[in-house]
Design a protein around this ligand. Structure first.
Ligand SMILES: NC(=O)c1ccc[n+]([C@@H]2O[C@H](COP(=O)([O-])OP(=O)(O)OC[C@H]3O[C@@H](n4cnc5c(N)ncnc54)[C@H](O)[C@@H]3O)[C@@H](O)[C@H]2O)c1
Length: 345
């Protein structure tokens, strides 16, 4: 069932564009200019924290604040190596950079279904604009694609060579198909123009700074547990997901950007949980008194999801370190702070 696809060793037929003079020169000792689109969002803001740790990096965030917030990057505003631009990636952007982490795109179904046409424009026109920028300035570009490109997978766990089982006309297609086109654009620019590309296929990620009411299952359960509300599990509850803590995810993205492989490479935690198991774990860790309630499911919800991370291990020397039981309390602490719910002693 697995189809033959790219596994990260692509060679382009055209010579690569001239890299910025900042790269491979004496200036690179002092400066690497990095653009992070969607850097005010959940994963983006943690990535910015990581990149800013390196004093040789200058970081530019471009974000339209649709689902992100200045609060997430507040500590960097005013820093001499940091710049924040209110910008929608569906419009061209002209900045001199060496690397582009292209994350801009709503990731939660509630938000990406809110304006599906805008979601697909963000994925297609936004990625075209960022590839145009990469081509112009000779930057390396990394796309955060998604496990959703596998749709409702018929292969389990999902290797990168699997071409997926995606509904092209469903309510989730603006996101799933949008990311698939974004991946196609990345490879076409790579083959046709010699652009240095990296593609990460991200599986469910969780951690502090997730939008509290974004409908994603981990944030939903933690918010419900803290508000003393029943944990609502979508039927049948036996569907599975794998959850990667955000610091592991950021580590994987940086390794992919710095490494030699184009990808696509799965980055996610292969630990697999049913939704009922996740609800029971949240209940046990956060609020043992609440009930677990079954509710109706949404269309095209995949039944199972688990990354095959053989390539990430082999090519990036990466595997997740944080277990779900250790990550959930870190997220709980952040949600308590933001919801103003103190821990009962
Ligand atoms: N979190 C996950 O579990 C997960 C899973 C798979 C893939 N991803 C991918 O990772 C990336 C980041 O996801 P996240 O969870 O941090 O989501 P997020 O919604 O928190 O962050 C997305 C950011 O992009 C910004 N944005 C959206 N549309 C934009 C536009 N047109 N122009 C400029 N900025 C725009 C938002 O304001 C936000 O700051 C996304 O590309 C997403 O598809 C995330």
């Amino acid at each position: 069932m697995a189809n033959n696809a790219s596994n990260g060793d692509h060679k382009s037929s055209k010579p690569p564009p001239t890299p910025s003079p900042l790269r491979n020169s004496k200036f690179s000792q002092s400066n690497m200019r990095i653009l992070v689109t969607g850097g005010a969002g959940f994963i983006g803001s943690h990535l910015v924290d990581k990149l800013m740790e390196n004093e040789k990096n200058e970081v530019i965030v471009a974000d339209n604040y649709f689902t992100g917030s200045k609060d997430n990057i507040r500590k960097w505003i005013g820093h001499p190596r940091f710049e924040l631009i209110r910008h929608d990636v569906t419009e061209p952007l002209l900045v001199e950079v060496d690397q582009i982490y292209h994350l801009a795109c709503p990731a939660s179904p509630i938000f990406y279904k809110h304006n599906p046409v805008k979601t697909i424009k963000t994925n297609v026109i936004g990625t075209l604009n960022m590839l145009g920028l990469a081509k112009r300035v000779g930057a390396r570009i990394l796309l955060t694609s998604t496990s959703e490109v596998y749709g409702d997978p018929l292969v389990h766990p999902q290797p990168e060579s699997y071409w997926g089982n995606v509904n092209p006309i469903g309510v989730r297609s603006c996101y799933d198909e949008g990311k698939r086109v974004a991946e196609t654009l990345m490879f076409d620019y790579h083959r046709q123009h010699g652009i240095e590309i990296r593609i990460a296929r991200i599986f469910n990620t969780y951690g502090p700074r997730m939008n509290i009411d974004d409908g994603r299952v981990v944030s939903n359960f933690i918010a419900q547990a803290l508000r003393d509300e029943p944990l609502t599990v979508q039927a049948p509850g036996t569907q599975t997901r794998s959850f990667c803590y955000v610091s592991d995810m950021v580590d994987g993205l940086v390794r992919l950007m710095e490494g030699e492989n184009t990808g696509p490479i799965n980055i996610g935690n292969p630990g697999e949980f049913t939704m009922i198991e996740l609800a029971e774990t949240v209940k046990e860790l956060i609020n043992p008194k609440i009930e677990i309630k079954m509710v109706e499911n949404t269309p095209d919800d995949p039944r199972q999801r688990k990354p095959d991370i053989t390539n990430a291990k082999k090519m990036l020397g990466w595997e997740p370190k944080i277990k779900l039981r250790d990550g959930l309390p870190l997220m709980e602490a952040d949600f308590r702070l933001r919801l103003g719910v103190a821990k009962k002693l």
